[in-house]
Design a binder for this molecule. Structure first.
Ligand code: FES
Ligand SMILES: [Fe+2]
Length: 441
């Protein structure tokens, strides 16, 4: 459980809140680069950390991220004309460049210098790995580089990136991302909870080769023991399961400051707060040895694995200030299309989409979960450590202590993993653990 004061610190992300300040020390993904497909393409609404912004690509192809409110009388610049390296307000024609400077003020006299005094908020934008990133903190503290994720170093065809909006605070989404214990339940099948008949014919081996066979060991132990190790980027969380044989199965998740999580294997989430009540769930999967086939790409677009099937033209009914195309097909307004027959016979949830299984829980907790009513158990150690790390880092920042991970992009070269270790092995120093989570390219 968390006191209400700590919960406030954890969950509030506006510019005036300690956590909002902390999050603004890091680079943040906010759009696919192709959501602004070319020079002078349509401006896009962006909600980020409780701020409303407009993104546009200028005539030179550079991207601006500026306040949505015109400095004259607060017209919404989303409706602006994107023309000749600037966005022109349609109310009285004031025009802004990608740095928020007022370039033209046709409503004032020709000899007026008023425009030179006008500047609206703007944030720097980087384009990398098909994603637009921004940094919203003090300019003098801008990290020297984007985090060096393995997936950013592979060729474009080797990765798949999607994002969907969720109706809940970002912190409870991160909790889902590092909660190793829920896999035995939320994402499981009915069969895995049936008592095993020792005389039954052996089932076909698990799909997915060696990794699939290892992952199948999750079912051997439904009350994993959780361990947490502090790292340069955040936390490495180890879930140990006994297998009934001479080795333990270890599932390794990461929490990377301030909102990244990794399930085992080459996949990752970022849970980016759009405001206190909405989070963008970024999902990234990648391979290092070959590009994805067209069929693999298509199935990810249809919601395979950690990706969600998305509704093409819809915006969230509760967050209209965002681009269309990021509301999942299985969503809270249709009960995630839960199929109760399937729940009886096949899967634990009856919800088809893997991601929707997660956000059915995260949204159902309440928009901001009241953590003072929780009863945390032995499997919640990673979650407790993650909350502590975020809250303590936000409070440290109030004392002038900067988060070191923001300036250590090299340390982000990790992913989730899984491995076998001898029973009672020292997991923190085991070579197998390091090998399982360190990037290859
Ligand atoms: S409100 Fe934008 S120019 Fe007047
Ligand atoms: Fe999950």
């Amino acid at each position: 459980m968390l006191s209400q004061k700590d919960n406030e610190t954890l969950c509030r992300v506006g510019p005036e809140a300690p956590m909002g300040d902390l999050l603004r020390r890091f680079w943040i993904p906010f759009l696919h680069a192709n959501e602004l497909p070319g020079p002078d393409s349509n401006p896009i609404r962006v909600s980020l950390l409780n701020e409303r912004l407009v993104a546009f690509r200028n005539t030179d192809g550079k991207v601006g991220l500026i306040s949505n409110l015109c400095a004259h009388r607060n017209a919404d610049l989303f409706f602006g004309r994107n023309e000749e390296n600037g966005l022109r307000c349609t109310y009285h024609g004031w025009k802004y460049d990608i740095e928020g400077r007022c370039l033209d003020m046709p409503s004032e006299d020709d000899d007026s210098v008023f425009k030179d005094k006008i500047r609206i908020a703007s944030y720097p934008v980087e384009e990398a790995a098909g994603i637009l990133w921004t940094y919203m903190g003090p300019p003098e503290l801008q990290p020297p580089a984007l985090p060096k994720f393995e997936w950013m170093r592979v060729p474009e065809g080797y990765r798949h990136v999607s994002w969907n909006v969720q109706d809940n605070n970002y912190a409870q989404a991160i909790e889902g991302g590092i909660d190793s214990a829920h896999v035995n339940y939320l994402h499981s099948t009915v069969d895995s909870h049936r008592p095993q008949d020792p005389d039954a014919p052996k089932r076909a081996p698990a799909r997915g080769g060696e990794a699939g066979a290892l992952g199948a060991l999750i079912g051997r132990d439904k009350h994993p023991k959780l361990f947490v190790k502090n790292t340069d980027y955040g936390l490495l969380i180890g879930a140990r399961r006994h297998t009934g044989e001479d080795k333990d199965y270890w599932r390794l998740n990461n929490f990377l400051m301030p909102f990244w999580t990794t399930p085992p294997g080459r996949s990752m989430h970022a849970f980016v707060p759009l405001d206190d009540f909405h989070v963008a769930r970024w999902s990234i999967t990648w391979q290092v040895d070959a590009p994805y086939s067209a069929a693999e790409k298509a199935s990810m677009r249809n919601g395979q694995g950690i990706h969600s099937e998305l509704q093409k033209d819809t915006v969230s009914p509760t967050l209209p200030y965002m681009p269309p195309g990021h509301v999942p097909t299985h969503n809270r307004w249709n009960d995630y299309q839960i199929n109760r027959d399937m729940q009886r016979e096949e899967t634990f949830t009856g919800i088809k989409d893997f991601g929707a299984q997660d956000y059915s829980i995260q949204e159902g907790m309440g928009i901001i979960s009241d953590r003072s009513t929780e009863h945390l158990g032995v499997t919640d150690r990673g979650i407790i450590a993650m909350r502590r790390m975020l809250i303590d880092s936000a409070r440290d920042l109030l004392e002038g202590i900067e988060p070191p991970s923001a300036h250590n992009p090299e340390s982000y070269w990790v992913h989730g993993g899984q491995t076998l270790l001898p029973i009672d092995a020292d997991w923190e120093s085991a070579e197998e653990v390091e090998k399982a989570v360190i990037g290859a390219v």
